[in-house]
Design a protein around this ligand. Sequence first.
Ligand code: PD2
Ligand code: ZN
Length: 288
Amino acid sequence: MSQTSSSTQVITEELRQWIVEQATSGQPPDAVLQSMLASGWNEDVAIVALEETLRGFLSEHALKNGLPPPVVVPEPMSLDRVPLLDAGDRKVPVLASMLNPRIVVLGQLLSDDECDELIEQARARLHRSETVKLDNGGSEVNEARTSEGMFFERGQTPLCRRIEERIAELVSWPVVNGEGLQVLRYGPGAEYKPHYDYFDPAQPGTPSILKRGGQRVASLVIYLNTPERGGSTVFPDVRFEVAPIKGNAVFFSYDRPHPMTRSLHGGTPVLAGEKWVATKWLREGRFD
Ligand code: PD2
Ligand code: ZN
């Protein structure tokens, strides 16, 4: 596969086949892109060819195997692997990242003062946390989730707006596709057992939930304090654990509502002290 003249580069069937062969033999997309650039492909053409070919291949694979088709999801990292991401009003360090499942651990997304202010705004409005009721889309108290919580409306306070805009910039996803921030408080012993954040397509209540904004495609759990002990966020499928450090956050995305995304995650029991988090869920479409 070689190509020299950038003005006449055409995405041929032969190129598509080569890209699929590379991907199915385990080459990460970035490595395939680097090979294409080394063979003289223009970067813009190469990225379009890669994205279109792999999306087409994955959709076909999903259709053949009875899986939901993948969708485009928010993404905080450029292909340039920069260690500091531009979030508009600040640079956010990438502390760790994983491709499958897609997880990015972020440093200091919120300042200490912002964390404290968000806790104070939420404190008086906490209720025992409820989860979405799967049969009809309502909500109910759930034993798997022993925290207290509250939802802000999107844009409800100047602080909410600042955080929402920062997140939108960071992951290149419209503010209007975001749910309002949720704040949770876990006391000693409280936990959130492993679950998926997307809505289960097999549940009868899901179509009604999806009318507003479509599926959830990514989550950000932002730590508002540092518990004395316990309270990490875990991804059991890959045995990955994120320490809850005040101001830091863990981002993860899931391109379809299916366990194959390996986005199963939970909050481990708080063993000493308390734990406060803000969760931001991003939808496929406008959440109005
Ligand atoms: O608080 C957490 O660590 C946590 C873990 C899993 C929060 C959520 N899920 C959530 O809010 O969805
Ligand atoms: Zn969750």
